[in-house]
Design a protein around this ligand. Structure first.
Ligand code: 1CP
Length: 368
């Protein structure tokens, strides 16, 4: 489907931005940079807005969600905004009993542990999202109207990462119940993954149709899986989630493009190739695998995003600077590179360090 003429990719507002060029495999004049979790607790203006509010209420308030998406763009001069929301928002909207507990993360009213639990969950009809996602569409279009030529990235959780919360009932270290269900009840697992792909895919598509210029699928916890389990029991559902946005194209000055899709996971060094193969354009790399090695594993033809170690944001500036220069240097081996962290901004990060890091990346890459 071709995006409508007002979409910032179709209108030409964001199609030539550094971010979209790099995501398309073209190296722009300057390496673009944004940070996972750039919107959030590291910013005093975010903490101030959040006083007395609940996370999921804020996600469903179009004015607040758009304002929070804009805060880091105003402050840091990053090359992209990321929509402020959470991966569990579409679960909440389809009718799942889920809350986000401060300092902990998503907590489910009831863990999905058996085939009967899966039947009960999947009886919730994903089609109701078409209407229920209205506040998300509203928040995205408000943010996009303020961002001008800076692209907004839409995002969603990959089916495995969402299933990990659904099956565990909350945050977990090793996701053991999810991995047990995968093998103990393979048919129920497949139903769970297909349903989750539909729910999360609709969330992602709604953001792109409302004006997001790129889409990122977060499979944060896929690093808990073996390559064989990932390929057999997870990758098909991630491909199905991505298929919700894979058909979206734009045409500007007679040049056709597709909405770029980024796929990111933590501890997924062994899975990089598979994570690209599900239909992603760009692979997000965590801090464990250097970018030149990630590029080698990906076959040398895939744009990469990453991978400054978030731990170094709190190290003395010369230590961080040397690390960032090294990441930029290794990133030059790939066709193109978007600088990011290897995972989210830690909540206690000094925001001035992030602003300084953005200028460093722009200055160093412009001089190359
Ligand atoms: O700036 C941005 O990046 C946009 C905001 C954003 C994103 C992309 C939030 C806001 N959440 C997410 C995605 C998300 N949510 C992921 C994938 C990215 C990642 O790996 O970091 C995951 C795994 C979640 C689940 C989640 N929600 C957690 C992790 C819990 C765990 O298992 O360790 C947490 C703490 C939340 C709550 C949340 N989401 C976002 C914020 C700012 C917060 C904290 C809110 C609070 O505590 O009040």
């Amino acid at each position: 489907m071709i995006l409508d003429a007002q979409h910032p990719l179709s209108s030409g507002l964001t199609a030539d931005s550094r971010l979209i060029q790099a995501y398309q495999g073209v190296r722009p004049d300057v390496t673009p940079v944004w940070f996972m979790r750039q919107a959030g607790r590291s910013l005093p203006e975010y903490r101030e807005l959040r006083v007395g509010t609940r996370m999921l209420d804020v996600c469903l308030d179009p004015e607040l969600a758009s304002e929070i998406s804009l805060q880091p763009v105003r402050r840091h001069n990053v090359d992209a905004g990321i929509f402020f929301s959470d991966i569990v928002v579409p679960l909440k909207l389809v009718g799942v009993d889920v809350a986000i507990v401060a300092g902990k993360g998503p907590v489910l009213g009831k863990a999905v542990r058996t085939s009967a639990d899966v039947d009960e969950l999947t009886a919730l009809d994903p089609a109701i999202l078409d209407e229920a996602l209205a506040p998300i569409r509203d928040a995205v279009s408000r943010a996009v109207s303020q961002l001008g030529s800076t692209p907004l990235i839409g995002f969603a959780g990959a089916p495995f990462t969402l299933a990990a919360y659904l099956v565990e009932g909350g945050p977990s270290k090793d996701h053991i119940h999810a991995r047990t269900l995968m093998h103990a009840e393979p048919k129920a697992w497949a139903r769970l993954m297909a349903w989750t792909a539909d729910v999360t895919g609709r969330f992602l598509r709604a953001q792109v149709l409302a004006g997001a210029s790129a889409a990122q699928l977060f499979d944060s916890w896929a690093g808990a899986l073996s390559l064989a389990d990932y390929a057999a029991s997870v990758a098909p559902a991630s491909a199905a989630a991505i298929a919700h946005v894979r058909d979206l194209t734009y045409s500007v000055n007679n040049v056709q493009g597709n909405v770029p899709i980024v796929h990111f996971g933590v501890g997924t060094g062994e899975l990089l190739k598979e994570m690209h193969n599900i239909g992603a354009d760009v692979v997000g790399v965590d801090y464990r695998v250097p970018l030149d090695e990630a590029n080698r594993r990906l076959g040398g033809a895939v744009p990469v995003q990453g991978n400054v170690d978030p731990a170094l944001l709190a190290a003395p500036w010369p230590v961080l600077e040397a690390h960032v220069r090294d990441v930029l240097e290794r990133g030059r081996s790939a066709p193109s590179h978007v600088l990011n962290l290897g995972h989210g901004v830690p909540p206690d990060t000094d925001p001035d360090v992030l602003t300084r890091l953005v200028s460093l990346v722009h200055d160093v890459s412009a001089a190359e």
